[in-house]
Write a protein that binds this ligand. Structure first.
Ligand SMILES: Cc1cc2nc3c(=O)[nH]c(=O)nc-3n(C[C@H](O)[C@H](O)[C@H](O)COP(=O)(O)OP(=O)(O)OC[C@H]3O[C@@H](n4cnc5c(N)ncnc54)[C@H](O)[C@@H]3O)c2cc1C
Ligand code: FES
Ligand code: FES
Length: 477
């Protein structure tokens, strides 16, 4: 097989000669669909945004905006994609029939050179049709978070925001709204064997594990937000790619009396929606992770799979006392996250093993906080990330876990600081002493994001900030 089928702007397309590393954006533009632009090719600007149809639990379809520059065409067999060309009221070939998103941007001066505009149109359209927005009682319900992954360098964001906030609800007979009442097609099993590499989307977990057993060096692919950057900017190529995020065993979210299990293949947006604030630490963390475009694809499995010392999920999951469930054809094992990282981008995960899920023990510690120190408040990688999860009994710290990122070769727990806090009264004096200890945890290094001294100073400050935010206490000398 070297052919895939997708639905593109409502029309079935059969695409032959697909190579495993061709991005959706590259292919679209080669077909003359040049509305989607390439700005950065690394998920930072949103000029390439397209809509991917995802099934809803109610049997309908949700439109998710995603970065076309990071999506591999080979991974889309069976799926439905809508580009900016397919959003106009009459669809392709009718440039004057503007969608409400397009006309609001036009009349409010939301576009100048226009390079970013197709990406904004796509992200705004996803938000326009978001079911929760349509049910919202607040103004027009548009969450600006939907366009945080789109950059504009000439218009300025005020007119774009005005356009977003002026949007009404889809009119009776809206072509796209009507389409969304029917189910989205699912990804289909895929096997592309080409001279540039092989691409597999196995039908079952068993098939995936069998493949990984035979080909332990295969590149596991989930949302592709890390791998897509490597493909585009480092020209990375894999002899064999195995896509896994569609596997039902990686897509479960389960509560038991003892723990919460989060499927490693669920996108962060899906987790955010389904948890709906039930884990306050995760709820605080989600909006600080990249942008909506990235969160619509990024997975926990991918974040732990890269094992980056500045990945954001490890500090949070370390504070929650999480463990990782690793599965292979030999069976499944549970590894505490605290013992998962063994060195710079190294883990205990063996060749052929897949991260199936992350397990968080219950009950959750009641007092939590997450602090991400980065150069920009939104859509940036951490210089330092710190997560706290604390329990108090009668004003005394009865338990605490502190997860740190960006201050060592791996994400770490601040064990020394934790030990100094447990059994102590939760007071400014205790916290100041512990903060001085926290400043000495890890081995913070200088790099292009921050100096080691700055990182150490931030560790101290985050604990103080956490204390003052949680208690509302006045700062005293
Ligand atoms: C613009 C931009 C902004 C970003 N911002 C942030 C940020 O704020 N914080 C942050 O932490 N990261 C950030 N990232 C990095 C990236 O989005 C995350 O690491 C994400 O969680 C990766 O998930 P994925 O599913 O896209 O991984 P993929 O790219 O599919 O895979 C990443 C790696 O993990 C492996 N892998 C994937 N799934 C599994 C699995 N189930 N089992 C074993 N191995 C697996 C893959 O083989 C690969 O090596 C950003 C990336 C971009 C492009
Ligand atoms: S081209 Fe910039 S995000 Fe894709
Ligand atoms: S209109 Fe020029 S970059 Fe946005």
């Amino acid at each position: 097989m070297n052919q895939i089928e997708i639905t593109l702007n409502g029309q079935p397309r059969s695409i032959s000669g697909v190579l495993p590393h061709t991005t959706l954006l590259g292919w679209l533009r080669s077909q003359g669909l040049t509305g989607s632009k390439e700005g950065c090719a690394e998920g930072e600007c949103g000029a390439c945004a397209v809509l991917l149809s995802k099934p809803t639990a109610e049997g309908g379809t949700r439109l998710e905006s995603v970065n076309g520059c990071l999506l591999l065409l080979a991974g889309l067999h069976g799926q439905e994609v809508t580009t900016v060309e397919g959003i106009g009221v009459e669809g392709l070939g009718s440039p004057l029939a503007l969608h409400p998103v397009q006309s609001e941007l036009a009349v409010r001066g939301g576009s100048q050179c226009g390079y970013c505009t197709p990406g904004f149109v796509v992200s705004m359209a996803a938000e326009y049709y978001r079911p929760e927005r349509q049910a919202s009682q607040h103004s027009n319900g548009f969450e600006l978070d939907a366009i945080h992954g789109n950059l504009c360098r000439c218009t300025g964001y005020r007119p774009i925001r005005d356009a977003a906030q002026a949007l009404g609800q889809p009119a009776e007979g809206d072509r796209i709204a009507e389409r969304l009442t029917r189910p989205a097609p699912l990804p289909r099993p895929t096997e592309l064997i080409t001279s540039s590499g092989h691409f597999h989307r196995p039908e079952t977990l068993e098939d995936a594990l069998h493949l990984l057993d035979q080909l332990p060096d295969a590149r596991i692919l989930a949302g592709g937000t890390d791998w897509g950057v490597d493909v585009n900017l480092k020209h990375a190529r894999a002899a064999v790619t195995v896509a896994v995020e569609h596997l039902p065993e990686l897509g479960r979210l389960e509560w038991t009396p003892e723990h919460l299990e989060l499927g490693a293949g669920l996108s962060l947006s899906e987790l955010e929606r389904r948890l709906a604030g039930a884990v306050p630490l995760l709820h605080t963390w989600f909006p600080q992770f990249a942008s909506r475009l990235i969160r619509n694809r990024a997975t926990l499995g991918g974040n732990l799979g890269t094992a980056s010392p500045i990945g954001d999920s490890p500090p949070v999951l370390l504070a929650l006392g999480a463990s990782v469930l690793l599965i292979s054809s030999q069976g499944e094992r549970e590894v505490p996250l605290d013992g998962y990282f063994t060195g710079y981008r190294q883990t205990v995960r063996r060749p052929g093993e897949l991260i199936r899920a992350v397990r968080i023990p219950l009950p959750l510690a009641p007092v939590t906080g997450f602090y991400k120190i980065a150069k920009r408040p939104l859509d940036d990688i951490s210089s330092v990330a710190v997560a706290f999860a604390l329990s108090l009994e009668g004003g005394v710290v009865s338990g605490v876990k502190i997860g740190l990122g960006g201050v060592a070769a791996t994400p770490i727990r601040a064990h020394e600081t934790e030990a100094a806090l447990v059994g102590q009264p939760w007071t400014q004096g205790t916290v100041q002493r512990a903060a001085r200890l926290l400043k000495r945890e890890g081995t913070p290094q200088d790099d292009h994001r921050a100096s080691g001294a700055y990182r150490a100073a931030m560790l101290e400050q985050t604990l103080l900030k956490f204390y003052f935010e949680q208690t509302g206490a006045e700062v005293t000398a």
